[in-house]
Design a protein around this ligand. Structure first.
Ligand SMILES: Cc1ncc(COP(=O)(O)O)c(C=O)c1O
Length: 414
């Protein structure tokens, strides 16, 4: 038996002549050196206030003091909502898991009800749910099998991986820039490539910049060439109008593939595609992450359905937008440079060490908000990403602002 160290590092056994192992200890050390080593930090519950534990590795977490969470994607605070929890519990009557792929025996009436509600919110003929947002993007893009994909340079990793899996030629256009897209399409057309199918793909709300893609202009460019537009509404579903940004901009009939997650404002797990009947029928036949993966667990479907119902009612959304406005105004008046125009408030710091120091100073003052650094964002644009929730009280928003005031002063940013 190799020792765990030897197994971990992939070091060569005494009698082996060469190694075909994986040298994981060395690879982890290299990550550490580049400042790219990540850590898990368990929390005691998913809510606007939680207690966190240092990484216990294989052991039991030891939670520290309660902190205010300004780092979650549970924007409406519905993961802790009693109505959503009840819906998840009630769905366990169907089963705790789907038990098989939807195409075998894992398809239930609850999946169909959730899909009808999603299609209704997104104004489409049908919707199809997958077991994660990641699986939705990789499965959908590869099943469409485009000849060329035009992808925004800041698209989410699951879109990038979908492009890789599709094995299409991927042309990256400048972030949120329809002119750059138009130029890329014109060049492709001029080159006379005999492509059958072009797919333009973009996030609607960008999770690290908090900005919004110019969807109407992107539709105009895509229409000019008869290309399809796919929009990832992960950070918009349930927050804007009754659907997402596509609905807010009145573009339901111009976006062929509306994708989103159930895992952020809908407080659950899973992803969806909403679109035409042929699109959904094609995906349930051809998207490998749908066909060869167990159906969404019924409690996740039940929770997402109830969360969507609550989101569509409106008051929770209004609470969120009030909190966003209070926090943005407060940060502005403290002199911080806050990017974007959505519920995600990236506080631009610039230097990577300063962003880490500010995040640590906030943590000492009871506020969790992560530093985002290169390579996730370009050099010189390190930031602290602040995401308020609908369930934060006005006092909690003010506590967060107070932490930014004194924490920022302590690290020399104000
Ligand atoms: C824009 C975007 N798309 C897709 C995903 C993947 O969704 P999920 O976390 O549900 O797998 C995420 C989540 O981080 C995201 O931010």
């Amino acid at each position: 038996m190799p020792t765990s160290d030897a197994a971990e590092s992939g070091s060569v056994a005494d009698d082996a002549e060469t190694s075909h192992g994986f040298a994981l200890t060395e690879r982890l050390a290299a990550r550490q050196e580049r400042g790219l080593r990540r850590e898990l930090q368990p929390v005691d519950r998913v809510s606007a206030r939680t207690r966190r534990a240092p990484d216990p590795r294989g052991g039991r977490p030891e939670y520290g003091e309660e902190r205010l969470v300004f780092a979650a994607n549970d924007y409406l605070g519905l993961a802790a909502d009693e109505r959503v929890r009840r819906a998840a519990r009630e769905a366990t009557a169907i089963g705790t898991g789907a038990g098989a792929s939807r195409l075998v025996t894992g398809d239930t009436g609850l999946h169909r009800a959730l899909e009808r509600d999603l299609a209704d919110a997104k104004g489409t003929e049908r919707a199809l749910v997958f077991s994660s947002g990641y699986a939705t993007n990789v499965g959908t893009i590869s099943a469409l099998d485009p000849d060329v994909i035009f992808s925004d340079e800041l698209n989410h990793a699951s879109i990038i991986d979908g492009c890789r899996l599709a094995d299409a030629e991927t042309v990256v256009y400048d972030h949120c820039d329809p002119d750059s897209l138009a130029e890329a399409m014109a060049t492709r057309q001029r080159d006379g490539a005999a492509d059958a199918s072009w797919l333009v793909v973009t996030d609607s709300v960008f999770s690290m910049d908090g900005d919004v893609a110019p969807l109407s202009d992107l539709c105009d460019v895509a229409d000019r060439y008869g290309a399809w537009l796919m929009v990832d509404e992960a950070h918009a579903t349930g927050l804007y109008e009754e659907g997402g940004i596509v609905q807010r901009e009145g573009l339901t009939d111009r976006v062929q593939v509306q994708m989103g997650t159930l895992s952020k404002a809908l407080a659950s797990q899973g992803g969806y595609v909403a679109g035409s009947e042929p699109l959904v029928e094609h995906l349930l036949n051809a998207a490998r992450s749908f066909v060869f993966s167990t159906g969404l667990a019924p409690p996740a479907a039940g929770a997402a359905r109830e969360a969507l119902r609550i989101a569509r009612e409106g008051p929770r959304r209004e609470q969120l937008w009030e909190n966003v406005a209070r926090l943005r105004e407060g940060l502005d008046s403290l002199g911080y440079d806050v990017l974007g125009e959505t519920q995600i408030l990236p506080v631009l710091v610039g230097d990577r060490a300063d962003a880490v120091a500010l995040s640590a100073a906030l943590r000492e003052r009871g506020v969790v908000a992560p530093a985002i650094r290169p390579p996730t964002v370009p050099d010189g644009t390190s930031r602290v990403r602040v995401a308020p929730m609908a369930t934060h009280t006005a006092d909690e928003i003010d506590d967060c602002l107070a932490a930014f005031e004194t924490g920022g002063r302590e690290v020399g940013l104000r």
